[in-house]
Design a binder for this molecule. Structure first.
Ligand SMILES: [Zn+2]
Length: 433
């Protein structure tokens, strides 16, 4: 089943015309409604009249994560705050989180693209869905919720965690669909076995997995262990949350809702568009959003784009699975973590040095572990153990309050963290993903 055949199976020329019209409208809209964007466009010498079609998109300056940081909390919004229906935040690069907002119509759009995604994965109205993405400020849970409501799924809104209860509900209610991070799905295997459940006999037939990058090897493992079709969903809160793109049952790339999110793939150094099929940084323009539209937002995710019609009948372009990032952001248990955030925390704590290292690991069947090595001043290091423990605890708490993540802190002597060319390597990712 295809949720919105008109938009998902449109002839390419027709879609291009629609995108052109919408691009013109959205440029005029942000220029008129958002002072910050108007200044940005004026600085680049662009007026709405100059963007006449898609071909003119190159004239529009990119929007980057720092633009969001600098406009905290609402300067990049295009509606007054009394028109907002919902506000979410995700990790920013330093102290302040990234704020995104939705009008009622934006929430409708979110429900629409998520309904397309669930259908794309093989869901049917009337199916039960277990949503084990976190509900709250994180966009995963509520995004999946709105899409399920829109397409008429029966929702079991478990949120993340409480694994034994999740599994009991799965076993008793028999949902056909599971939506969660892929690593959580694998994590549940051991608990299921402990409860005497056979993962191969689970009621889940379809998994909609996202919020973190995962490999084909991991897909195979999930499919083999749970006897489930494991599909990949892509999204980011800046654009809307989950629902930007989703794999169909053929699993040959993720169908991107390009009638509302216009994609470009660029060479991240030159900013020029690469040829179709070549890898580069994904850039997205939201064509119809009201509260928080973004023009040419650099996602930092590395993908390639495929414009061929898919065997499922959809004509929407497909992005490859995310193969990396152009910055040093890592995703730990579905949470975006920037080394600069850790640095920001350390700078505010006396006795620590701005030399640190993040080590991420994932042992088989377990969730991601984040360990942070922090260099401390010589005099602190020679202090009594009790004081060191207190400092460790302080850093741990601070990081938990800002990132919402439990990290293991290890204090080390000055110069202990290896430098190459004088620079410390900030992230060591030992996960096999
Ligand atoms: Zn397809």
């Amino acid at each position: 089943m295809i949720w919105n055949e008109k938009m998902e199976c449109m002839e390419l020329d027709e879609r291009k015309n629609l995108q052109s019209e919408r691009l013109k409208d959205i440029v005029r809209y942000v220029y008129t409604h958002c002072d910050r964007y108007r200044q940005k466009l004026e600085k680049a010498g662009v007026t709405p009249g100059e963007v006449k079609s898609l071909e003119d998109i190159n004239k529009i300056p990119f929007t980057i994560k720092e633009d969001l940081r600098d406009s905290y909390p609402f300067d990049l919004f295009s509606v007054p705050q009394d028109k907002l229906a919902e506000i979410h935040v995700s990790s920013g690069t330093t102290g302040n989180p990234t704020v995104v907002g939705y009008t009622k119509d934006d929430l409708k759009l979110w429900g629409e693209v998520m309904a397309r995604a669930f259908c794309c994965a093989g869901a049917k109205p009337g199916d039960k869905i277990q949503i084990a993405y976190g509900y709250g400020l994180f966009t995963g849970g509520l995004g999946a919720h709105y899409g399920s409501l829109e397409m008429g799924l029966a929702i079991i809104p478990c949120s993340s965690g409480q694994t034994k209860r999740q599994l009991k509900l799965m076993n008793d209610f028999k949902p056909r669909i599971l939506a969660c991070t892929p690593s959580y799905c694998l994590y549940m295997v051991d608990e299921a076995k402990e409860m005497g459940l056979d993962p191969l006999k689970s009621s889940w037939e379809i998994g909609v997995f996202g919020a973190e990058p995962w490999s084909e090897a991991m897909r195979k493992e999930i499919e083999k262990t749970w006897n489930i079709l494991a599909t990949d969903i892509y999204g980011l809160s800046e654009i809307i949350g989950p629902g930007v793109a989703q794999e169909c049952t053929h699993k040959k790339g993720l169908h991107l809702c390009s009638d509302v999110f216009y994609p470009e793939v660029i060479d991240s150094k030159t900013g020029k568009e690469v040829k179709p099929g070549e890898k580069g940084e994904l850039v997205i323009t939201t064509l119809t959003k009201q509260a928080f539209p973004l023009l040419r937002y650099r996602t930092r995710d590395i993908v390639s784009l495929n414009y061929e019609r898919c065997v499922c009948g959809r004509t929407t372009p497909r992005i490859s699975k995310i193969t990396g990032r152009t910055d040093d952001m890592i995703i730990v248990r579905g949470i975006n973590v920037f080394p600069s955030q850790i640095e920001h925390v350390l700078l505010g704590i006396e006795g620590t040095q701005p030399h640190y290292q993040l080590i991420v690991d994932r042992k088989a069947g377990e969730l991601d572990e984040l360990e942070i090595l922090v260099e401390v001043e010589e005099k602190i290091f020679s202090d009594e153990i009790k004081k060191l423990r207190m400092l460790e605890e302080k850093i741990k708490k601070e990081i938990e309050s800002i990132l919402g993540i439990n990290a293991k802190i290890r204090l080390v002597e000055p110069k202990k963290i290896e430098r190459s060319e004088g620079k410390a390597k900030r992230v060591i990712d030992k996960r096999n993903i």
